[in-house]
Design a protein around this ligand. Structure first.
Ligand SMILES: Cc1cc2nc3c(=O)[nH]c(=O)nc-3n(C[C@H](O)[C@H](O)[C@H](O)COP(=O)(O)OP(=O)(O)OC[C@H]3O[C@@H](n4cnc5c(N)ncnc54)[C@H](O)[C@@H]3O)c2cc1C
Length: 399
């Protein structure tokens, strides 16, 4: 067991950090101001930043070595600290083509897509030319249990006809979103885990209706957004099905692997930045004749936060390492553990940083409120905490 980053990992960390210092942090305020005033519009300098990152080789680093030629050659363990660095500015992962939900969708296409599907959708996603969404959750059923999904996918000659209603389709409001991966049922009479399939639906298809964008604590999270979408007799070629009928659940499980620990990796970065901001702030401010940093309660908050971040970071690295060595299935307990621990830890740490900032902590002058809403939403978006605990507890008491 070695707790040191390798030279290779440190070199990649330096490269990402240099890029962030040179190009991202200086644009943070301008980016926030732009997106708050220009709904569903991409920040004008984003394409330029993406081109620069790509030119420097800082591009889709998330795609692990196991994907062969498609991958830039990093392991999940090597990628984790890079995602952490990106997590300090939430929109920065798109600059490096490492943003959700595209990362998970690219992995699905790379792993399960046919050559034709890959050519049509994976290639432009890997180039960062288009964005994508993953449509599983439905308003009318408890979707933390994916077997409840009701959307129907019915074969009709050379086509499939899709009917259903989805919501919380992250990224679907983005002006460049072109493709949805839709989960639904091809055979409701089959065994419970064989009823579902996944199918590719181009966003422009007739019958696709974006009903409304959803707000997260009053924020539309433009330009990606989260959409409610109606699928009304949507017809796509039969060749749009991913793998064969009934494989949707297995693909969903596969998607829960690396693509789904990226949020945890990024959240560690958000928590670390919150703590760094807190430390800087409490050294500056004074009440009742003392600097805030001299109060025991503040020091305890800082000390606890440092411990909790480091615990969560090591657990996350351990999960990444286990995925690399043994695969997502073998790493499922560690994956569940970080999903239970990391978003909650981030909420707690960010909340302490908010408190130490006083009124400034809840306004737009720091990224803290965004970190908090992101971490809070991930406690649902990445599967509710309780479901990960339910599954981990079940694994521990089996047999
Ligand atoms: C910001 C955000 C982004 C999202 N992005 C996407 C996306 O891109 N694509 C997509 O398909 N979905 C997305 N989701 C949806 C997310 O995956 C679901 O909200 C989540 O799976 C829970 O499903 P539900 O909302 O139907 O809640 P329900 O299934 O109704 O569950 C409600 C609550 O019941 C409790 N519960 C459930 N099961 C158990 C259990 N076993 N033990 C104890 N308590 C339990 C939990 O507290 C849970 O929060 C997103 C959600 C959010 C908030």
């Amino acid at each position: 067991m070695n707790f040191q980053y390798t030279e290779k990992s440190l070199e990649w960390q330096r490269r990402i950090d240099d890029f962030m210092q040179e190009h991202i942090f200086i644009r943070e305020k301008e980016y926030d101001a732009f997106v708050s005033q220009n709904l569903w519009t991409v920040y004008p300098e984003l394409d330029q930043l993406k081109a620069l990152a790509r030119q420097k080789g800082l591009w889709h680093l998330f795609l692990p070595k196991s994907y062969g030629d498609l991958s830039p050659g990093l392991t999940n363990l090597e990628y984790a600290p890079l995602a952490e660095l990106m997590g300090r500015v939430l929109w920065s992962s798109e600059v490096f083509n490492c943003s959700a939900p595209d990362t998970g969708n690219m992995e699905v296409l790379a792993k399960y897509g046919s050559p034709q599907q890959q050519n049509q959708w994976l290639t432009p996603l890997l180039k960062g030319e288009i964005r994508s969404a993953f449509l599983m959750t439905e308003p009318q059923v408890a979707s933390s249990d994916a077997t409840n999904i009701e959307t129907s996918i019915v074969r009709d000659g050379d086509e499939y006809v899709i009917n259903g209603r989805k919501w919380w389709s992250s990224g679907a409001m983005h002006p460049h979103c072109r493709i949805y991966i839709v989960m639904g049922k091809t055979d409701p009479s089959a065994a419970r885990h064989m009823q579902q399939s996944m199918i590719l639906v181009p966003a422009e298809t007739r019958g696709v209706k974006v009903v409304r964008p959803l707000e997260v604590y009053g924020n539309l999270e433009s330009p990606e957004g989260h959409a409610e979408i109606e699928l009304d007799n949507v017809r796509v070629p039969a060749s749009n099905l991913l793998q064969e009928e009934g494989s949707g659940f297995a693909i969903a499980q596969g998607r829960l692997g690396p693509g789904r620990i990226h949020h945890c990796m990024r959240l560690i970065g958000a928590a670390q930045r919150a703590l760094d901001l807190m430390c800087a702030r409490v050294k500056e401010r004074q009440t009742f004749g003392k600097k805030l940093s001299e109060y025991s309660s503040i020091r305890q908050d800082i000390a606890r936060s440092r411990c909790e971040i480091e615990q969560a970071r090591l657990l996350t690295l351990s999960a990444a390492d286990k995925i690399d060595r043994f695969g997502s299935k073998e790493a499922k307990d560690l994956i569940a553990m970080i999903k239970i621990v990391v978003p909650q830890m981030t909420c707690t740490v960010v909340d302490r940083a908010i408190q130490a900032h006083g009124g400034m902590g809840v306004c737009q002058d720091t990224p803290l409120w965004k970190f908090w809403t992101y971490a809070r939403a991930i406690r649902l978006a990445d599967g509710p905490d309780e479901v990960h605990m339910y599954q981990l507890g079940r694994n521990m008491t089996r047999g």
